[in-house]
Design a protein around this ligand. Structure first.
Ligand SMILES: *[C@@H]1O[C@H](CO)[C@@H](O)[C@H](O)[C@H]1NC(C)=O
Ligand SMILES: *[C@@H]1O[C@H](CO)[C@@H](O)[C@H](O)[C@H]1NC(C)=O
Ligand SMILES: *[C@@H]1O[C@H](CO)[C@@H](O)[C@H](O)[C@H]1NC(C)=O
Length: 488
């Protein structure tokens, strides 16, 4: 297969697509708590929890909103944002918590529906909650995980816009190396293996997840905590499916994990839910804003900088105040080791389950890795202009920095960098079309009041492809091991 294409395209899609970026410098808790999946009981796996101190195993909207603090920057935001923690399993079997760098960023994208460019974004209603991702998933079924995504405009024609497809594309594992141009967000949909991380991701890994932003307009929750909402057909924007026309703020979480602290140490990384490949990464959200206030913020916090400080109605606290906010640890979990060296199982005895079949909650699977780990090679995101506040770039250190961050100080530097946007280099012009370049993906980057669509091209690769719909990773593995790639 050979693809020839024209030169890069930078097209303004138009529309005032605003957003803000909620900074949550502190974890309000690190514990096996999940009031959505395991209400009023101990949760299955450890979550890194950010937001209201009113969180608990049976937290309600009122608990969140009445709590006295939040570990996020805006005092009026008593929402809770949580996602699995990351662990490292040493060669001797012992698990160790991987430190999180800089807390969490929760973006609120205010993208209207493609059908209704001036349409309203509706604030999350009271009691609203939802889950993105599938903790039990252990495979990637939207084509080849080793390949970069097809251009977004092709997803529909390729039949890749089912909710299950979009959910898998809504995960990103961004290899951080501040000496290189950053990768685009949601570029790689699995956690690279240790060897790859050691060789390439010298500043750790940033895990990203996009939530559905189309709502059925009536249910604040659903039995699976998902079916009341849906993704628009391009994950982050596009068209909302029928029945889900109410457009919510598009939530997008980013957390950075200091995998680089384990460079050279034998072992492997695993999410707290026993997933070594990241396909089962997921995240939860519980709404904790006053609804009218949130609607006001959605309507008025439209400065394209994305900075919460550019929204006059937000009452912003200091990072130290954020970090000092802690939830009350339930007594039953008081002695559970979740940080540092935690023993020879993941907290809660969660087994490592490799897939490709779905993980089970009760029956432990084999403890050794048998699934071949894909390798999507590093490719920088395109930066047409100052994108210091956007996913993929937002935690990038100022380019003047020459430090090699190895500790939490890098997180601080990243967060501090938010206050002083680094000057981003002008786009390096992409190679002229001479038949050697092909479109590899499309990215959307907000620039002022417009969303730019950037078509990214790379050298044409000749790839032997014998089939396109192989689902079983075994077969796929075989297929690609014998695929031949020539770079011209
Ligand atoms: C396993 O190895 C780690 C790293 O060397 C060490 O800190 C830990 O104590 C070891 N655990 C056991 C049970 O020996
Ligand atoms: C956006 O915020 C910047 C400060 O970061 C300010 O200078 C500018 O006037 C604001 N724009 C609008 C439209 O409020
Ligand atoms: C891939 O994961 C999905 C969701 O867990 C599951 O339904 C499917 O059976 C898995 N595929 C294989 C080949 O195991």
């Amino acid at each position: 297969m050979k693809t020839n294409t024209a030169l890069a395209v930078l097209a303004a899609l138009g529309g005032a697509h605003a957003f803000w970026r909620m900074e949550c410098h502190g974890q309000v808790g690190l514990a096996r708590i999940d009031p959505l999946v395991n209400p009023d009981e101990v949760g299955q796996h450890v979550h890194a929890i950010h937001g209201s101190s009113g969180f608990s195993m049976k937290a309600t909207y009122d608990d969140l909103i009445n709590a006295d603090c939040t570990s996020c920057a805006v005092r009026q935001d008593k929402s809770v944002y949580w996602a699995p923690a990351l662990y490292f399993q040493h060669a001797n079997g012992t698990f160790q918590y991987v430190e999180q760098a800089g807390g969490m960023l929760a973006y609120y994208f205010l993208n209207p529906d493609r059908n209704d460019p001036n349409g309203k974004i509706t604030a999350f209603p009271r009691d609203f909650r939802m889950i993105a991702g599938d903790s039990l998933r252990r495979n990637y079924s939207v084509g080849d995980p080793k390949a970069v995504d097809p251009e977004k405009s092709l997803w529909a024609s390729l039949g890749q816009t089912s909710q299950l497809d979009l959910e898998q594309r809504a995960l990103g594992f961004n290899c951080l190396n501040y000496k290189k141009d950053p990768e685009g967000s949601l570029f790689r949909h699995y956690l690279p293996d240790k060897e790859y991380l050691d060789a390439n991701c010298h500043d750790g890994i940033r895990i990203e997840i996009m939530f559905p932003s189309c709502w059925n307009g009536k249910d604040v929750d659903s039995p699976d905590h998902k079916s009341h909402v849906a993704y628009p057909d391009l994950t982050m924007d596009g068209f909302c499916p029928k029945g889900f026309e109410t457009r919510l703020p598009g939530l997008f979480y980013e957390t950075i994990w200091q995998t680089n602290a384990f460079a050279g140490t034998p072992g492997r990384f695993v999410l707290s839910n026993g997933d070594v490949h990241g396909f089962g990464y997921h995240a939860d959200f519980m709404m904790g804003w006053d609804v009218d206030f949130l609607q006001q913020a959605v309507n008025t916090c439209t400065n394209s900088s994305g900075r919460i400080s550019d929204c006059p109605i937000f009452d912003i606290q200091s990072p130290d105040e954020e970090r000092s906010c802690q939830m009350q640890q339930p007594r039953v979990l008081a002695n559970e080791l979740v940080a540092g060296l935690v023993g020879d199982t993941l907290p809660g005895g969660v087994p490592i389950q490799d897939g490709p079949g779905p993980a089970t909650m009760k029956n432990p699977g084999p403890a050794t890795s048998s699934v071949e780990v894909p390798t999507v090679t590093y490719a920088p995101g395109v930066k047409p202009t100052d994108t210091a506040y956007l996913p993929g770039q937002v935690l990038h250190e100022p380019s003047s920095s020459t430090s090699t961050p190895t500790s939490t100080s890098s997180a601080e530097a990243e967060m501090n960098a938010l206050a002083q946007p680094a000057t981003t280099p002008a786009p390096t012009s992409l190679p002229v079309d001479d038949g050697k370049y092909s479109v590899v993906r499309t990215e959307y980057i907000t620039d002022g009041n417009v969303v730019n669509m950037i078509v990214v091209k790379e050298a044409v690769e000749y790839v032997t492809v014998t089939t396109t719909t192989v689902m079983a990773p075994k077969a796929r593995r075989h297929l690609h091991r014998h695929g031949r790639r020539h770079h011209h």
